[in-house]
Design a protein around this ligand. Structure first.
Ligand SMILES: [Zn+2]
Length: 243
């Protein structure tokens, strides 16, 4: 299965990184797509957008290398991602070129507008991924990809329905790889006093408590008809056979 994350920023894959590790280990192929260049991502250290963009590009490429994943960036200005004609066309193209069968993207409401715009834009673009009359220069997919939304946290009307268990080793590996986003660990520590990888692990621990396991990541399928033909593709509990 070809799994594609389409998320706003370089580090947003941490919302589903443990699940990506499990899927990679099960033999699936992963690609990472960001809609934004992340060029506002060093708000306290260096306001030069080219420095932030280059820093975050090198960090996400290190993460992609760990996952054996291809990385694509649509290069939108950080904090200014809008759903326009060009973004729709670029998303249809990248979804097709990467052969996406399963997409992880943001929930449609979120604390960051780049996230919610990207989530909505992905759902909208995926509808046209299998229709050759849209972007006819790029071969259409046989089917619309399945879409799962990642958990934005409390306050956005997100009620997860699918949980992926992470054991201690996977949680530790998630934190190790997540810390390759060294610049963002510093930003979050300055904002909240907590390392971003530690914050993510706290979140995974809370979801795990709900399912009576150590750690879990939580998802919600896109329920728009035609966008989500199958919902039973996540690996789920560790004692069950992976798909
Ligand atoms: Zn983000």
């Amino acid at each position: 299965m070809k799994i594609v994350t389409v998320l706003a920023h370089q580090d947003d894959e941490m919302f589903c990184l443990g699940t990506l590790l499990r899927l990679r280990d099960a033999g699936h192929t992963i690609a990472l797509v960001c809609t934004s260049s992340g060029n506002k991502g060093l708000p306290f250290a260096d306001a030069d957008p080219s420095v932030a963009g280059a820093t975050r590009d090198s960090e996400i490429r290190a993460v992609a290398a760990e996952l054996g994943a291809e990385y694509r960036c649509l290069g939108r200005d950080d904090g200014m991602v809008w759903e326009d004609t060009e973004l729709r066309r670029e998303l249809i193209t990248v979804i097709r070129e990467l052969g996406a069968e399963l997409i992880f993207t943001h929930w449609i409401d979120d604390y960051n507008s780049d996230h919610s715009v990207t989530g909505r834009a992905v759902v909208n673009a995926a509808l046209w991924a299998n229709l050759p009359s849209f972007e006819p220069a790029v071969p259409a997919l046989a089917d619309t990809p399945r879409i799962f939304h990642v958990n934005p946290g409390d306050g956005y009307g997100f009620e997860p329905t699918h949980f992926v268990e992470l054991d201690d080793d996977t949680a530790a590996e998630k934190a190790r790889i997540g810390r390759l986003h060294a610049s963002q660990m510093g930003v979050m520590k300055q904002m909240s006093g907590r390392d971003y990888a530690d914050q993510q692990q706290d979140k995974d621990r809370l979801q795990g408590e709900r399912m009576m396991v150590r750690y879990a990541e939580a998802f919600r399928p896109c329920l728009s008809e035609r966008r989500i033909p199958w919902q039973d593709v996540l690996p789920g509990r560790l004692d069950r056979v992976s798909p």
